[in-house]
Design a protein around this ligand. Structure first.
Ligand code: GLN
Length: 477
């Protein structure tokens, strides 16, 4: 086991290792657990005490030749997604000692496929943030430069993969929380189309935008995970009955037929020139390789961030009403009146950003302001959806930057929420429109920090993302 480079292991090489008896799932799991123990990035909130037992079960299946592609492969899970009997804090003090009473469907499916849960990863409180600085458990440090943020909100899941604490992980993406930290940490991440993966057992942030998705080292690994966890779930009425394809089978097929659109609105003001250059360079390479590249327009892009920061807090304010100190987590002191109970638990249990969004959302939904803000934002949402629908009649995929900058310094933006919100400018559109998006690393900036590229495709066209992403990843230029 000692000669295995965990940094390089993807799912195919893990399976090859199992097959050739180079290592067992138990040995591999132990190696990741050792790395987690020695971790200095603050990526994990808790460890699964049963990880080794699960790995030994998987080893039995592998020996009896009943193994699938994910059997025995370890995975880390964002602490906002429930795994029965394990801690589930959502990055919040209010759920500090809470343990999940059931398992999210997405995780249940992965367990059924034989995956081994390593533990739960750090994240911004209830997935609200772009830097992981809003976690009650402290920020996650970027392994490329520990004075910089990991990105958020799935910062722990991104760093887990980047720092070889897990080969793959799960995150959630409401406005970019898988793609942005993936980009900051030099790994791949997928936001599936809305409804592709069941949200059952994922703590709701903004229910009309949330999706669970995989994070990994390679695009193909994302496809493996989506294969196992996509599909209809009777516990999530918004999960889709649309057919789940085999995303691995044709990953190398007909790639050059994919027509690529480049939206000018994603390359304008405010973008770091190195990020812009890296993405434009890749587009040029694709053009040279014979891909059809077309300039397209998404005119309502300018309104996406404003619409997101109205719709999202509105949903947050209603979803987070359930943390009342009675049903879940923290309790008030005996003898308090009900009002004082709520006030003390919620004042003490929620962090500043969460409170800001609850207050904003409540205001947006209140009588007299609903029409001016919430309704207006819903109209913008339709226009943005229409923008994407029109463009996807002309092209199959869009290529854009993931974020305007690379990972910034810890503390650099945390005092100014508006600057922080601007880091979501290229990712929120996909959630608003319900389309799918993928982030993959393409270059490094002058400080050695990773730069990502985003591919977007129409709802349920994940196979287009995987084909094109896998192709770009393998380009030698
Ligand atoms: N950064 C965005 C926000 O703070 C997105 C969060 C997410 O996708 N969960 O709202």
């Amino acid at each position: 086991m000692s000669d295995i480079n965990l940094q390089k292991l993807d799912i195919d090489s893990i399976q090859a290792g199992f097959k050739s008896a180079k290592f067992s799932s138990a040995e591999l799991t132990q190696a990741y657990l050792d790395n987690i123990k020695a971790d200095d990035t603050n990526s994990f909130i808790s460890i699964n005490d049963n990880a080794l037992a699960e790995a030994k079960e998987a080893d039995k299946k592998i020996k009896s030749k009943k193994a699938g592609p994910l059997t025995g492969v370890p995975i880390a899970v964002k602490d906002i997604i429930l795994v029965e009997g394990q801690s589930a804090t959502g990055g919040s003090k209010i759920l500090k000692n809470y343990q999940a009473t059931y398992t999210a469907t997405a995780v249940a499916k992965l367990k059924e496929a034989g995956m081994v849960i390593l533990g739960k990863t750090n994240c911004d409180e209830f997935a609200m943030g772009s830097s992981n600085e809003n976690s009650h458990f402290g920020p996650v440090l970027n392994p490329y430069d520990k004075t910089r943020v990991s990105g958020g909100s799935s910062g722990g899941s991104a760093v887990a993969v980047a720092a070889a604490l897990a080969p793959v992980s799960l995150g959630t993406d409401t406005g970019g929380s898988i793609r942005q930290p993936a980009s900051f940490c030099g790994i791949t991440g997928l936001k599936p189309s809305y409804g592709r993966v069941s949200r059952y057992g994922s703590m709701a942030m903004a229910s009309s935008l949330d999706q669970i998705g995989p994070m990994a080292k390679t695009v193909k690994d994302l496809a493996y995970i989506l294969n196992a966890m996509a599909g209809f779930d009777k516990y999530d009425a918004t999960s889709s009955r649309d057919k789940v394809l085999d995303y691995i089978k044709d990953i190398d097929k007909d790639v050059q037929k994919i027509k690529i659109g480049v939206p000018a609105e994603y390359f304008g003001k405010g973008i770091n020139p190195e990020v812009k250059q890296a993405v434009e360079d890749k587009i040029k390479v694709l053009e040279k390789q014979g891909f059809e590249i077309k300039k397209v327009k998404l005119p309502y892009t300018d309104y996406a961030l404003a619409a997101y920061y109205l719709l999202m807090p509105a949903e947050v304010s209603s979803n987070l009403a359930r943390y009342d100190g009675i049903l879940y987590g923290m309790c008030g002191d005996k003898g308090l009146s009900l009002d004082d109970w709520y006030k003390t638990v919620r004042s003490d249990g929620f962090g500043a950003e969460t409170k800001r969004r609850i207050i904003l959302g409540t205001y947006i939904l209140s009588a007299g302001y609903y029409d001016a803000y919430y309704k207006q934002a819903q109209k913008i949402r339709t226009l943005i959806k229409n923008d994407f629908a029109a463009v996807f009649k002309e092209v199959d995929a869009l290529i854009t930057p993931v974020t305007p900058s690379t990972a910034f310094k810890i503390g650099e933006k945390s005092k100014d929420p508006l600057t922080m919100y601007l880091s979501d400018i290229f990712t929120v559109g996909a959630n608003i429109a319900g389309i799918c998006g993928l982030s993959l690393p393409i270059a490094k900036d002058k400080n050695g920090m990773p730069i990502g590229l985003q591919i977007l495709a129409k709802p349920f066209a994940e196979s287009t993302l995987f084909k094109l992403g896998n192709y770009i990843e393998k380009l030698k230029i």
